[in-house]
Design a protein around this ligand. Structure first.
Ligand SMILES: [Zn+2]
Length: 251
């Protein structure tokens, strides 16, 4: 098994060397190696409480207070998380011009922290490192919001228009970000290697992007610790930690 994994990693790097346009698609698995919990896994702090749906957040002051209380508690769980080898390896591909962009399901901002320019990151589930006004879209920084929230106990309101302010993530029941979705599809259509890293590929659109890439003739590599439903159509499947498999890109 050990040798099999080593062989698969060697094959991955041979494929990366041959590729002209690599699109990486990342999920929670790449960030668990930075100590960020996978919020869908059993026992994670996210799953102890049922997620607050978007409609409830908009409709109820109590729901907004509870959402922000949980948000700040969660932030304390992974405060100080740093990009790991996997993030840095994918950042290297972008910096070398071998990868036009990274598509991610993660909200932790660790691709940005690894040095990838903002315009080379497509965030399908938003970003948890800042907040936006649901009315006017104004960006609000978390530190100021937290300070006010802890002083007053009131849910944050926009300084510009007084609208409700929400973490810039996509909540359950909230529409997917249209521009990010379209860009992710374009990237899947134009790449010649689609590299899945640490995603179990069950949530839409995660399940469809690799299929789009594969259908247009790209090679598909799935690097994930657990099996995924799309393993049967992949050109290469690697069951390993992402840091271990991607480390050769940094040498
Ligand atoms: Zn506003």
């Amino acid at each position: 098994m050990q040798d099999e994994t080593e062989d698969a990693i060697a094959e991955l790097h041979a494929m990366l060397d041959r590729a002209d346009s690599i699109v990486s698609f990342t999920g929670a698995g790449i960030s668990t190696e930075s100590g960020v919990p996978d919020f869908r896994s059993a026992g994670s702090p996210w799953m102890v409480n049922k997620p607050i749906p978007f409609d409830a957040f908009v409709a109820s002051r109590e729901a907004r207070i509870e959402a922000w209380r949980r948000k700040f508690a969660m932030d304390d769980h992974y405060r100080g998380a740093q990009p790991n080898i996997g993030h840095r390896a994918l950042a290297r591909l972008v910096a070398e011009g071998r990868s036009p962009a990274i598509v991610t399901q993660n909200i932790d901002g660790l691709h940005q922290a690894s040095g990838v320019p903002e315009d080379r990151i497509v965030e399908l589930h938003g970003n948890g490192t800042y907040a936006t006004c649901l009315n006017c879209g104004w960006r609000h920084e978390l530190a100021a919001i937290r300070h006010a929230f802890e002083e007053t106990g009131e849910p944050p309101a926009c300084l510009i228009c007084a609208g409700p302010v929400k973490s810039a993530t996509i909540s359950f029941g909230q529409a997917m970000p249209q521009a990010a979705m379209m860009r992710a599809q374009e990237l899947a259509l134009e790449c010649d290697l689609f590299l899945v890293v640490g995603s179990s590929l069950v949530v839409f659109p995660a399940a469809t992007l690799p299929v789009i890439a594969k259908r247009q003739g790209a090679r598909l590599v799935i690097l994930n610790r657990e099996p995924t439903e799309l393993d049967p159509i992949a050109d290469l499947v690697i069951r390993a930690e992402s840091g271990r498999a991607l480390a050769p890109l940094l040498s």
